[in-house]
Write a protein of this length. Structure first.
Length: 388
């Protein structure tokens, strides 16, 4: 027998996605997910939502935030708030940036073009995936300004060089080398969702390579190279003038090694719980990385950020910017470009309220004095949604 509160909660859960038909009605990114889930085909939703193994890291990414508490200061003039940032020459009106997510075309026909237009409308920074469904040249045009390019190095170095040089010609100002998937992963939640989809995958997925590989013979070419070691940073720098960030750093010693080998920026990430099942939230990795980097390079972070308060905590702990993956794809899947814009608006508003409420009107003013490591607490979320 359900209590009246449980019955009410269940009813809200069941009808949430169906009732919201206009982006402006959506009040947070969790609601946006509910709308998107109604619209994205099950197999693609599985690809989007999956973690690895038992999705423990995916959940740890959310639970990790409860360990850190915000310490607000009062009676500070916060009448002129400013969320703008500049990381490695990338200027943006918000510290929240668009992470590389593969195959936007599987979520909405507007694909990466719609996301780039939303990023342009709100002046948010964007990094484009190697696995983009849309050619990089078109994305740069839609963004109307420089983007960063995310690189999965292939197992053929001359192809990696060709991609880097194409991205640089297209106008990318930095490359983010993703290093957390050297040899595949175990995506069980994705497999479970695929069983619910009665379409035949091969009807659409005909083995065609993504646009970044146009003109390259992809026979026998893999998107990861298990033999890579730290000297890859120097090899990349020999063939491009783009700045180099290393995406997928989870421990301090690797952050140091990346910098010692020439990296310009550190990208803390566990790939949204989609790489190694580490059971540790991305935000929990940040303190040891900030300490190891010791101001030698900018640090950016992603994985599990769903609230303005999450973003605020990372900025206070030493990150220069915070990436979102699934949340903007929920917006894309739900309403195309308008949904992405709504997600950015919602998170910006939450962050702004947190900044003003904490006595920190600018991103630079948010520092370690505004956050406390309180150890683990039991996570509590309305309807349990905030947990994922
Ligand atoms: C569906 C999906 C596809 C992704 N594709 C890529 C990719 O092509 N390259 C990459 O470096 N990271 C990829 N990521 C990881 C994101 O860049 C980012 O690290 C992660 O989504 C952040 O976590 P969040 O989804 O919890 O916000 C992908 C993530 C998702 C959810």
């Amino acid at each position: 027998m359900l209590t009246s509160y449980e019955a009410f909660s269940q009813e809200i859960e069941e009808t949430l996605g169906q009732q919201l038909t206009d982006p402006s009605e959506v009040i947070n990114v969790f609601e946006m997910e509910a709308v998107a889930r109604e619209k994205i085909p099950p197999a693609h939703y599985g690809y989007l939502s999956t973690g690895v193994d038992g999705d423990i890291t995916l959940r740890a990414n959310r639970a990790g935030f409860t360990r850190f508490q915000i310490k607000p200061r009062r009676l500070v003039d916060v009448s002129q708030p400013d969320l703008s940032i500049n990381v490695l020459g990338a200027q943006a009106d918000s510290p929240i940036f668009i992470c590389p997510v593969g195959s936007h075309g599987g979520f909405n026909a507007e694909a990466e073009s719609g996301v780039a237009r939303a990023a342009a409308a709100k002046n948010h920074h964007m990094t484009l995936s190697t696995q983009s469904s849309t050619p990089i040249e078109r994305v740069v045009e839609e963004r109307g300004g420089p983007i960063w390019f995310q690189l999965y190095p292939t197992n053929r170095w001359e192809y990696t060089v060709a991609m880097l040089q194409r991205a640089e010609r297209a106008g990318a100002t930095a490359v983010a080398l993703t290093i957390d998937l050297p040899a595949g992963r175990n995506v069980e939640t994705q497999s479970i969702f695929m069983r619910q989809d009665n379409r035949t995958c091969s009807d659409c997925h005909r083995g065609q390579a993504k646009p970044i590989f146009d003109g390259l013979d992809m026979q026998g070419v893999g998107l990861n190279d298990p033999s890579l070691t730290w000297d890859v940073i120097g090899r990349i720098k020999e063939v491009t003038d783009m700045k180099v960030l290393i995406k997928g750093i989870e421990v301090g010693i690797d952050a140091s090694l990346a910098i010692e080998n020439g990296a310009d920026g550190i990208w803390v990430s566990n790939h949204g719980g989609r790489a190694t099942e580490v059971d540790r939230g991305s935000i929990e990795c940040l303190p040891e990385i900030v300490s190891a980097v010791n101001s030698r390079a900018p640090i950016i972070i992603d994985s599990g950020f769903r609230r303005g308060t999450d973003i605020y905590k990372a900025l206070a702990m030493g990150a220069s910017a915070v990436g979102i993956g699934r949340p903007y794809i929920w917006g894309l899947g739900a309403f195309g470009q308008a949904g992405v814009e709504r997600v950015l608006d919602l998170l910006n508003r939450e962050l702004l309220i947190t900044m003003q409420g904490s006595g920190t009107p600018t991103v630079d003013s948010i520092g370690p004095d505004y956050v406390l490591d309180a150890g683990y607490r039991v996570p509590r979320g309305r309807l349990g949604r905030d947990l994922y």
